[in-house]
Ligand binder design. Structure first.
Ligand code: CA
Ligand code: CA
Length: 687
């Protein structure tokens, strides 16, 4: 068939960029009705012809003897991304009042042969052509390697639920730049508008399902806004749906030439609005450096295309520096795809990057810190994936200083070396939906950490997220699923999933849509044994634990504000006071500074014996590489409760088992610079 011939160079350029951007942006019948069991879990009526579920058996309910719930968690999904990006990147809808034939149609420009399916074709799913017909034949989509077709039709989500999933995080997602670049769109590109629309559609989907079960509140799809509600839903055997947000410029917080396009009022208003919509979990940055934070780069050609997208959106490319610790961002692709580079203005080129400079220079900005603290004030959960190492490190510093547990890595976009810090806070980790074998292997790397912290595990399918999903393993693979199979909990029997005239088989189709998630979990069981499934079954309880702790978090009492402070020395300066009281005046613009030698200390008198378990240290550039935190009841006998020889300055938090203390001393042992020690603020917390 003819390729469309309009301005091929520019069109190809747009498409190449769009594809790479999008690939990165969201990661990465006539059949007879299914035989229903007739229980509470079966709808009384589906509107019009609809998909089958192909699961028999009652969903498990209730709580264990210890009050815990069980169930799988999909920590990262995009039920409504067909409404994002202007509405034409993901084709086919999550539901329709008229049933599957109406919902599962392709985008108009994909007809008749897919040659104008620009996004599909650049993302490689279709070799330039595909059969656009969805219902009832579904010859070419949904498929594990088709990045632009609906994977979350509600009945497929229903099958995932019937297979044991109990929590789903629905990240409302879009990217204004991709929307603007893509030639087809149904609506404007404002990111907050899109988030509002996707939230509304999620509530409409809930109503749609409720109607099949006899009215409001009766269906299995339950949008929840607090951990208690979620626990109740899970205990009733239904699916708790949590709203999240993953956009590149939340609250209009883009930056142009490094100038923020939002202010604190925008952030407060935006957070209030999202909270009112029911959003409890969110990303502060995603793919493009914005006014809140720098991003974790995408790799290779995709990375270069995203970098060009960032330039077009913000006027700046990514800038790298040597990393200050062992964590690093992904390597930036060196060569720009010629077609994408053609979109750049005359004379502008994608920079080249040193292989040993792997960290984004942009971290968490002042506004980003304000937004993070705003989320903490509202007891929301921070999605830390997609933040640059520098931004994520600072975010973790802040969360640690407040002992705030609400932090989630939902799809393998955080440096793995930070998993321990995240678990120590009480956070939650899910792995991207890799192939069963890879998932099992990566999951084993952190199994000891999960055990140590009593954490369950989860997956982030990133369905409708343009990431690509596990390919078929073939019917003869050692981990091929044998249909029908029993669900991991043992209570359901699942056969191959049928919609219209099409039957999907994980072995030959791969993870083509959300309905095959139980099949993929069965494959993980075959690959890695029952332990893997047990870990995933503990996911719901673990997620709820993180959420509940986040809701209950309150700032601890500040025991050190304005207390008497003394020090081994203070730097003398005729114009500025660097005395010890400056470290407890709760003014970040003032500081204590010692003389320039290693053995120096700062002592605080809390006035009475208090129970202390955390000390925070906000260092000026003159930080301590080595120091001890010591406590004393009488100012004479000292006991070390925490120490380090690897301090890195910035914001440090020393957490230790609660001890009684009237005096707290920060005792330097090794300077990090040639100067002395200097602290903007020291905080002491406890009960
Ligand atoms: Ca101060
Ligand atoms: Ca630090």
């Amino acid at each position: 068939m003819t390729r469309h011939a309009l301005r091929p160079r520019v069109t190809t350029a747009v498409v190449t960029l769009v594809l790479a951007l999008a690939a990165a942006l969201l990661g990465a019948g006539t059949g007879s009705p299914a035989r229903a069991d007739g229980g509470w879990w079966d709808p009384a009526d589906r509107p019009g012809p609809d998909s089958q579920i192909n699961v028999a058996g009652e969903p498990f309910r209730g709580t264990g003897p210890d009050g815990t719930v069980r169930g799988f968690v999909d920590a990262h999904n995009h039920l409504m991304s067909n409404e994002g990006f202007g509405g034409r990147i993901i084709c086919g809808r999550t539901f329709s009042e008229k049933g599957a034939p109406e919902a599962l149609k392709d985008c108009p420009e994909h007809y008749p042969d897919g040659s104008l399916a620009l996004f599909e074709n650049v993302t490689g799913g279709a070799d330039g052509h595909h059969d656009p017909v969805g219902w009832p034949t579904f010859r070419d989509w949904p498929a594990h390697d088709s990045l632009s077709h609906q994977q979350n039709y509600y009945a497929w989500v229903e099958r995932a639920w019937r297979g044991g999933q109990r929590i789903l995080v629905n990240d409302l997602v879009t990217n204004g730049q991709l929307c603007a670049l893509y030639p087809y769109k149904d609506r404007g590109c404002d990111e907050m508008e899109s988030v509002r629309l996707q939230a509304r559609e999620t509530y409409r989907l809930q109503d749609h399902i409720d109607r099949m079960y006899g009215g409001a509140g009766k269906g299995w799809f339950r949008i929840v806004t607090d951990a208690g509600q979620a626990r109740e839903v899970v205990a009733r055997g239904k699916l708790a749906v949590v709203l999240g947000v993953e956009t590149s410029e939340p609250f209009g917080c883009k930056q142009v030439l490094d100038v923020a396009q939002c202010d604190r009022d925008d952030i407060d208003r935006g957070l209030d609005e999202l909270y009112d919509l029911g959003v409890r979990s969110m990303f502060l940055c995603h793919k493009f450096d914005n006014a809140l934070c720098g991003v974790r780069f995408d790799e290779g050609t995709t990375g270069t295309a995203v970098n060009i997208g960032q330039f077009l959106s913000t006027g700046t490319f990514w800038t790298t520096q040597k990393c200050t610790g062992p964590q690093h961002d992904n390597p930036v692709g060196a060569a720009a795809p010629a077609e994408a580079a053609a979109l750049l203005p005359e004379g502008v080129q994608v920079p080249s990057y040193d292989a040993d400079a792997r960290c984004n220079v942009r971290g968490l900005t002042g506004l980003g810190e304000y937004a993070l603290r705003g989320m903490m004030k509202r007891n929301m959960m921070l999605e830390i994936d997609h933040m640059s190492v520098k931004a994520a490190g600072r975010a973790l510093d802040i969360l640690e200083s407040e002992a705030y547990p609400g932090v989630i890595s939902s799809h393998s976009w955080m440096d793995e070396q930070w998993t321990g810090r995240l678990y120590r806070l009480g956070g939650f980790v899910a792995q991207y939906a890799h192939s069963a074998e890879d998932f099992v292997e990566a999951g084993r790397r952190d199994a000891a950490l999960r055990d140590a912290h009593g954490a369950g595990y989860a997956y982030g399918t990133d369905m409708n997220g343009v990431g690509g999903w596990p390919a078929p393993v073939g019917e003869d693979a050692p981990n091929a699923v044998r249909y029908p199979f029993r669900s991991a909990d043992g209570g359901a029997v699942l056969d191959r999933q049928v919609t219209g005239e099409r039957t999907w088989d994980l072995n030959t189709d791969g993870l083509a849509h959300n309905g095959l998630v139980p099949d993929w979990i069965e494959q993980m069981r075959l690959s890695g044994g029952q332990d893997v499934v047990d870990d995933l079954s503990r996911g719901a309880e673990s997620y709820l634990g993180t959420w509940r702790a986040t809701e209950r978090h309150r700032p601890a009492a500040d025991l050190a504000a304005g207390v008497p402070a003394t020090a081994s020395s203070s730097e003398s300066n005729p114009f500025t006071d660097y005395g010890p009281a400056r470290a407890v005046d709760r003014d970040r613009n003032t500081r204590w500074a010692s003389d320039w030698s290693d053995d120096q200390w700062l002592r605080l008198d809390l006035g009475a014996v208090r129970t202390v378990d955390r000390v925070t240290l906000d260092w000026e550039r003159a930080y301590a590489r080595g120091y001890r935190v010591e406590v004393s009841a009488d100012g004479a006998d000292w006991r070390t409760v925490w120490s380090t020889t690897a301090g890195d300055g910035g914001l440090d938090t020393a957490s230790f088992a609660a001890v009684p203390a009237r005096y707290v001393r920060v005792h330097g042992t090794e300077r990090g610079t040639k100067y002395g020690y200097s602290l903007h603020e020291v905080g002491v917390f406890g009960r």
